[in-house]
Design a protein around this ligand. Structure first.
Ligand code: SAH
Length: 215
């Protein structure tokens, strides 16, 4: 399946609507305008790919709503060449948005089927994203420290291992909360055990899997 003028037009409309909802970061908007989101969904869902909605991607998981992807990406303030660790690869869409913004992306997925499917799919795209299979709560210590860490599943609390793998001066963006609704937090690491937390409103994410995966 290819990109086409029709898809590009649909994408422009989506980006306009996301801009109207308050996203201003030019790098984020450009990434959403560039990446063909329809390729990340099964072809039968093509008509929905550019609605500002989450969508099922198999294994009981969803590709996040484009506005949420844009919101989290804006909060991260990613700069060219920075190392970003994503927890919850899912479809790989958010990882590609970060790569398009110039980040070196490392992404962890807990569900093997999804990990394998996305690993295969991303070979077709021009983004160099390193994928890992495992519990994102443990991070990926071998490539630490990271300038930015993004959690794209609802975390009941903030995994200590991730705070340890964050560079001083770096940010971690995470939707925190065990119930239906989470609070978006941005945590800045000021020093070894010193953090500053900002809150950015309510969002809904699928839960972060703690121990057992469904595969
Ligand atoms: N970022 C994704 C959407 C995330 S949905 C995208 O752009 O499509 C949340 C994802 O987190 C799901 O794929 C889920 O399987 C994964 N996940 C849940 N718990 C996890 C954990 N402990 N470690 C890594 N990934 C996890």
């Amino acid at each position: 399946m290819l990109d086409s003028y029709r898809h590009k037009g649909m994408r422009k409309k989506l980006v306009d609507s996301i801009r109207r909802k308050g996203i201003q970061d030019a790098g984020v908007l450009k990434a959403l305008d560039t990446i063909p989101r329809h390729l990340f969904l099964d072809s039968s869902f093509l008509e929905f790919a550019y609605d500002d909605k989450p969508f099922p991607i198999g294994s009981g998981q969803t590709i996040s709503q484009p506005y949420t992807v844009a919101f989290q990406s804006e909060l991260l303030q990613v700069k060219q060449g920075q190392k970003v660790l994503e927890i919850g690869t899912g479809s790989g869409y958010q990882a590609c948005v970060l790569a398009e913004m110039g980040a070196k992306v490392y992404s962890v997925e807990r569900q093997k089927k999804l990990y394998l499917k996305t690993k295969e799919f991303l070979k077709k795209l021009p983004y160099n994203v390193k994928l890992f299979y495992g519990d994102g709560g443990k991070g990926v210590p071998s490539f630490a420290p990271y300038d930015r860490i993004l959690i794209t599943a609802a975390a009941p609390d903030i995994p200590k291992a991730l705070l340890d793998q964050l560079r001083t001066g770096g940010f971690l963006v995470v939707p925190v909360g065990g119930g239906d609704v989470q609070t978006m937090l941005r945590i800045k690491k000021l020093g070894n055990d010193e953090f500053e937390t900002e809150e950015f409103g309510a969002f809904r994410f699928v839960p972060m899997l703690q121990n057992k995966a469904n595969d």
